[in-house]
Design a binder for this molecule. Structure first.
Ligand SMILES: CC(C)(COP(=O)(O)OP(=O)(O)OC[C@H]1O[C@@H](n2cnc3c(N)ncnc32)[C@H](O)[C@@H]1OP(=O)(O)O)[C@@H](O)C(=O)NCCC(=O)NCCS
Length: 426
């Protein structure tokens, strides 16, 4: 064996040979390395920083080189030439669609945009100030009760149907959650419109007979959805895969992904960026704020990434999209603070040494705000964009013979067997 690792256990003096495949060793191969009477060797990896959990052919990232590719196509090319629905097809099917395939796919998605009226009632039941991500998470999970056939996860046609349903309904659910918060009547899908136009119409239409969005804003939002469509094994995708590994239906698995995305270290970051910029208030306050970050009092939200350690390729594209949006909407006053903050941070040793660069969330929040989305909606937009990626990864998981129910090990640090103490004696 040449591609192998020889391990010498200094506790016992024994040597073991472990195969190296695709730059990894199998953690299960370490089990054989044991001291008598003790369990075999395991790996300890909180946050999976150096552990591959699956084989995947969906998305490639080279964090050091700043490369992001969906099914081999660079994100820059997809953002420039493609549409979100086309990218969704690519992620799910592995190839770009032909004109006929795209037409059929667009038809399938458009056909499923409406919600069952009881889903609308479910959303109506939330408090007036409910966070739209909470409403989205609950309503996506609830779809599993409307489509019990979704449990047939090993049936390829059935998977295809549920995937189309969910991608089609996400904008409707997101828009209903938004309108609910504002106390505005829900707007039903208009199937004459494109995916992204229809979403904007469901969000913003009032009494006009048909809603006309500025095509430049539609394009910018479509690009944002493309940029968010997949990002290999990120926290929410890992949640979808982990929950999906129990063979539950895709709505329940994606519901879990939405929960993971809600957190401020993941999808909630762009909302946190805006809150941070507002708190800073003026450029004069930036130096004091930066000192606080360096002293470890808080984080500079929208900076840093687990994978990208040079730059986030999505941040570059988004910066350009931001310029296009601001040409329509006017410059966002918070942009001035963001630009100054970025300039200072990129030159400061603290950030340079730790390879902290703006990530996709640093600018997306500013665009969303310019498009008049309230901050609570930012993560909802992220979720709509990420849905094809979650489903492509879920689909891959379901068909992967090597996958098992996710069940990590632990290093137990608690007490061992103790006698129960009656409450009167504690
Ligand atoms: C994204 C993130 C969770 C990645 O975390 P990670 O890969 O685990 O990196 P670490 O937390 O180990 O960070 C390494 C060092 O940089 C510092 N750091 C990381 N992100 C930072 C930030 N945004 N602001 C200030 N310091 C930061 C850490 O404190 C740590 O410093 P230390 O070595 O002195 O302890 C992290 O950078 C972060 O919280 N960023 C802000 C939230 C955000 O924008 N998330 C969106 C991601 S798309």
């Amino acid at each position: 064996m040449t591609d192998s690792l020889t391990i010498r256990d200094n506790r016992t003096g024994r040597e073991f040979e472990v195969a190296i495949t695709d730059g990894t060793i199998r953690a299960a191969d370490l089990k054989q390395i044991a001291v008598e009477g003790e369990p075999g060797l395991a790996t300890y990896d909180p946050g999976f920083v150096n552990t591959a959990s699956c084989r995947s052919a969906v998305t490639y990232i080279d964090g050091d080189a700043g490369i992001l590719e969906y099914r081999g196509y660079p994100i820059e090319q997809l953002a420039e030439h493609s549409t979100f629905l086309e990218v969704a097809y690519l992620l799910l099917n592995g190839e770009l669609p032909t004109a006929a395939e795209l037409e059929q796919w667009t038809h399938d998605i458009t056909y499923h945009t409406f919600l069952h009226e009881n889903v609308k009632q479910l959303i109506e039941g939330f408090r007036y100030d409910a966070h739209p991500m909470g409403m989205l998470m609950a309503s996506v999970s609830a779809l599993s009760t409307f489509y019990p056939d979704a449990r047939e996860i090993h049936d390829a046609d059935n998977r295809k149907l549920q995937i189309a349903r969910l991608i089609a309904k996400m904008p409707t659910l997101g828009a209903f959650a938004y309108r609910h918060q504002l106390g505005k009547p829900y707007v039903y899908p208009d199937n004459r419109l494109s995916y992204t136009e229809n979403f904007l119409a469901m969000l913003f239409k009032m009494s006009e007979p048909s809603y006309q969005a500025d095509p430049r804003l539609v394009k910018a939002l479509d690009i944002l959805l493309i940029l968010h469509a997949d990002h290999e094994q990120n926290c929410s995708t890992n949640a979808v895969r982990s929950v999906g590994s129990s063979e539950v239906d895709p709505y329940s698995a994606v519901g879990a992904g939405i929960g993971a995305l809600f957190g401020p270290l993941h999808g909630g970051a762009n909302e946190a960026v805006l809150a941070m910029l507002r708190r800073i208030g003026t450029t004069d306050n930036i130096p004091g704020f930066i000192e606080g970050v360096k002293a470890g009092k808080e984080k500079l939200m929208g900076f840093g990434h687990r994978v990208y350690k040079n730059y986030d390729p999505r941040a570059k594209i988004i910066k350009k999209a931001a310029d296009d949006v601001f040409a329509v909407t006017g410059v966002n006053p918070l942009l001035e603070i963001a630009l100054e903050l970025e300039k200072i941070a990129l030159e400061d040793e603290y950030f340079v040494k730790r390879k902290l660069y703006p990530n996709v969330d640093f600018y997306s929040g500013l665009i969303y705000e310019a498009l008049q989305f309230p901050p609570e909606m930012f993560t909802v937009l992220f979720a709509i964009g990420r849905t094809p990626g979650w489903l492509a990864q879920w689909s891959e998981l379901v068909q992967d013979k090597e996958q098992k129910i996710a069940r990590p090990k632990q290093i137990y640090t608690g007490h061992r067997t103790r006698e129960f103490t009656p409450i009167s004696e504690r």
